[in-house]
Design a protein. Structure first.
Length: 230
């Protein structure tokens, strides 16, 4: 057994919910890993763009020469067009996080498909290319979501590492420690926050400050940071 595989088994054992959701995710075609053999790791950011924190995050990623994937909320993206253009021109990937951060599992199949189409219509004129990545808000998936995504030509991406940076007042060291990555990992972080459990959670500065330690530790381990395949 390789050390990477052993670490993955330990993570699953610590999170029994993964067993509960396994069949549901298989049906939905959920992906949670990039290329292990090539020692890839992907940083992904949800709930943006945010007028204050996304620019600071882009500055930090540029300093580190790290590409990332942003799952953006359509209405926020349309309201921040110069910021979205900057993000795309920097070589980052974008994906759908719905138009208004809707929980797709609360919708009918037809409503899910309508929402995915609306979200694509929001983003593709901004991206100047087809957008095929989808991350359902909260990571909530079921058969309706998977079927609608397949019909719309979308790949459903969740994550393998969640440092829970969306919680308020999480220290930088805690985020970085929880985001110790191995080959193949997909990390979920947040450059914005929708429906925060506390207004203090809207402050994304600790997430931005944690990027450096996360990247440095990954590179010391011989890992390569990539966008999700898009």
């Amino acid at each position: 057994m390789t050390s990477t595989f052993a670490q993955r088994l330990q993570r699953v054992a610590r999170d029994p919910r993964r067993f509960v959701y396994f069949g549901r995710e298989r049906i939905a075609g959920v992906r949670r890993a990039v290329d292990v053999e090539r020692r890839e790791v992907a940083l992904t950011f949800d709930d943006g763009p945010d007028a204050t924190y996304t620019p600071a995050l882009l500055d930090r990623l540029a300093e580190l020469d790290v590409p990332a994937t942003f799952f953006v909320v359509g209405n926020a993206a349309k309201a921040q067009l110069p910021l979205m253009r900057r993000l795309i021109e920097a070589g980052h990937a974008i994906g759908i996080h719905t138009s208004e951060h809707a929980d797709l599992t609360n919708l009918s199949f037809r409503a899910v498909r309508d929402e995915l189409r609306r979200s694509r219509n929001d983003l593709e004129p901004i991206a100047g290319r087809p957008v095929k990545l989808l991350r359902p808000p909260h990571g909530s998936v079921h058969a309706h979501v998977g079927a609608a995504a397949r019909l719309e030509g979308l790949d459903v991406w969740l994550w393998s590492v969640d440092p829970e940076d969306w919680r308020p007042r999480v220290p930088v060291a805690t985020i970085a420690s929880r985001a110790r990555v191995v080959a193949g990992d997909v990390v979920v972080l947040h450059d914005g926050i929708n429906d925060p459990i506390d207004e203090a959670a809207r402050d994304r500065s600790t997430t931005i400050d944690a990027i450096g330690p996360i990247v440095e530790a990954g590179r010391r381990a011989g890992l390569r940071f990539v966008t999700l395949p898009h």
